[in-house]
Design a protein around this ligand. Structure first.
Ligand code: CTP
Length: 350
């Protein structure tokens, strides 16, 4: 998204909050949003035009220049307040307004929304929604993310490597397209942002993840299982810390955990099912095997040995396999970019 967005700023709103939120929106130039600010007179006395330009990377838009900028069709106009003197011009422009407040005044252009919270993530999600087809509206998408943790005793556990970033990116991408999202996630390093439409289900073990998915899968039309579920767990949990015995090793007996994806795939009627495969060898053969064996509708595979395709990073290079033989090799993308592409492929099929 490289479309400009106009921010009409009002001195009656807390300046510190305004600077904080705009700073967040401008920080990630990758998002492609061009933040154009039009502060009112009083605000321009508090922060000079040069200050605003340093923050946003773009000269301030004066109120006199507003008609010219509106003609350039920005994606949206964010208003901190509904100014009666500017209302006719904004209404006439037809450009959606994001208005900070609980409700919209009459006469705002179609697509406008009231935003009760002045919060960067929420503004971003709304902007992305305006730029994205709402083809998941009315649909529920279940996502699993992060690792699971299988406890051995109160201080020891086994787990899989996973930051959870890919799953969070999928959840976000689905919400942006209008979905209700159920995110079932293990203990992750990735931050899970709060956004409307997202319901979080934190779990620890594979069994807990399985049980939550089993309770909710029937609500979902789409299930994207990104979690790095531990395939094995200790055959029993020892409630006291296991003590070392001098000179002796230890045998840990492991048993299989439930395979959530395989179990969903085996059901006669299941949501549109997307699996993931992180492979080190024979990526294509393993991916196609997994697609068939777990009855997925799509399988997203990545070669974790490739630079930029690993666990903790922010990028991923994914190839998407479909049962009809379609293979789509995506370029190296940010995890968020890859998530958008995966959602596009799902949208074509549901
Ligand atoms: N998965 C799952 N439950 C498990 C194990 C895996 O839901 N207990 C899901 C993952 O979320 C992912 C896919 O299955 O979507 C990846 O499977 P993976 O564990 O890589 O495949 P395996 O069946 O373990 O095959 P292999 O061990 O041969 O790689």
């Amino acid at each position: 998204m490289t479309t400009p967005v106009l921010f009409l700023l009002d001195h009656t709103r807390p300046l510190e909050e305004t600077l904080w939120v705009l700073g967040d929106l401008c920080k990630d130039r990758d998002l492609g949003i061009q933040v154009l600010v039009c502060p009112d007179e009083a605000l321009l006395r508090l922060v000079t035009p040069a200050g605003w330009e340093a923050l946003t990377g773009h000269p301030v838009v004066s109120e006199q220049e507003l008609p010219k900028y509106l003609e350039q069709k920005p994606l949206a106009v964010f208003c901190q307040d509904w100014r009666q003197d500017l209302a006719p011009m904004l209404a006439h422009s037809g450009i959606p307004v994001l208005l900070w407040g609980d409700e919209l005044p009459p006469g705002v252009p179609p697509g406008s929304v009231a935003l009760p919270e002045f919060e960067a993530m929420e503004i971003l999600r709304r902007l992305e929604q305006l730029a994205t087809p709402q083809d998941f509206a009315g649909k529920t998408v279940l996502v699993t993310a992060g690792p699971t943790v299988e406890d051995i005793d109160p201080v020891r556990f086994i787990t899989n490597r996973s930051s959870g970033k890919m799953g969070v990116a999928i959840a976000w991408a689905a919400a942006v397209r209008g979905a209700r999202v159920l995110l079932v996630h293990g203990p992750m390093t990735a931050e899970v942002p709060d956004f409307p439409g997202l319901e979080k289900f934190p779990v620890r073990s594979a069994q807990q993840m399985h049980d939550v998915v089993r309770d909710h899968w029937s609500e979902a039309q789409v299930a994207v299982l990104c979690a790095a579920v531990a395939d094995f767990r200790p055959d029993h949990y020892v409630p006291q810390k296991i003590k070392k015995i001098e000179g002796e090793g230890m045998v840990l007996v492991l048993e299989r955990t439930p395979d959530i994806l395989a179990e969903l795939g085996a059901m006669p009627k299941h949501p549109f099912l997307v699996g993931f495969a992180a492979e080190t060898d024979d990526v294509e053969i393993n991916a196609l095997n997994k697609l068939r064996r777990k009855h997925c509708d799509l399988l997203c595979a990545n070669d974790i040995r490739k630079p930029g395709s690993g666990f903790a990073g922010d990028t991923n290079q994914i190839t998407i396999y479909a049962p009809d033989g379609t293979v789509l090799a995506l370029p190296m993308l940010s995890k968020q970019g890859a998530a958008y592409r995966i959602l596009e492929e799902i949208a074509k099929r549901v």
